[in-house]
Design a protein around this ligand. Structure first.
Ligand code: HEC
Length: 211
């Protein structure tokens, strides 16, 4: 009996060694029933063979135009990146569910805004040092311009950027943009109070899914 077991183990070891020698380099070797490994079904999150029906050979479908993903409603921004859009943004208000308990606005400002605008909004960040990027016309955040600038227009500028300032839409989600807006108002010594919109209506009424 013992002999048989040793014999069996010997054969098993040998075959493992032989099999492991056959798969060299990039060759996956023999696959047992690849159909069971690579699904023939269209899997939403994996791209097997190029899909011949959907755009770009994707398995996933593109979202229907004018729709917003669930829980991403606040990404919905009604105004275009135009002079008219900037003007219209004056009417925007903090969203109804606005909160900034943990000082996240200040934290995000520290990361994304200080390189140019400086820690206190003095426009004395590294990037604005002489011979680098052109500074804004206004001297600092305590200038009348920022003090009185409507919060919606700050939000608009964070979303799309303005001249030498780039868009921050990819690094600040909509709620974080509002938190930073409020912190800018605090730095400016202007009105930093928050009177959220009763209902977040401005942000959800039109048919536009821009950032
Ligand atoms: C690359 C440098 C740079 C960074 C980073 C930057 N800004 Fe600016 N920002 C500018 C410049 C330049 C202007 C002036 C734009 C103009 O009016 O020509 C400006 C303008 C502004 C204005 C005035 C907007 C308006 O509507 O007139 C505000 C408010 C502002 N920045 C806030 C921020 C905040 C908050 C951040 C961080 C999220 C930030 N900026 C990051 C360069 C920068």
């Amino acid at each position: 009996m013992k002999k048989t077991i040793y014999g069996f183990l010997g054969v098993a070891t040998m075959s493992i060694l032989v099999v492991s020698c056959t798969s060299r380099g990039n060759s996956p070797g023999w696959e047992y029933a690849p159909d069971m490994v690579y699904s023939k079904a269209y899997e939403a999150y994996s791209q097997g063979d190029s899909n011949t029906i959907n755009p770009y050979g994707m398995n996933m479908r593109e979202p229907v135009e004018g729709t917003i993903a669930r829980d991403k409603e606040d990404y919905f921004y009604p105004y275009e990146n135009t002079a008219e859009g900037y003007e219209a943004a004056k009417s925007l208000n903090y969203p109804a569910n606005f909160e900034d308990k943990d000082g996240r606005g200040k934290y995000m400002y520290g990361i994304y805004c200080t390189p140019c605008h400086g820690a206190k909004g003095g426009n004395d960040g590294e990037v604005f040092k002489p011979n680098r990027l052109g500074k804004p016309a206004w001297a600092n955040y305590q200038d009348e311009y920022i003090k009185t600038l409507p919060i919606g227009q700050i939000y608009h500028t964070l979303t799309y950027g303005k001249n030498n300032m780039g868009s921050h839409a990819s690094v600040l989600n909509p709620m974080d943009r509002w938190r930073v807006v409020r912190y800018v108002k605090e730095l400016s010594g202007g009105d930093a109070s928050v009177q959220p919109a009763a209902k977040d209506s401005t942000m959800t009424t039109t048919n536009n899914t821009k950032p």
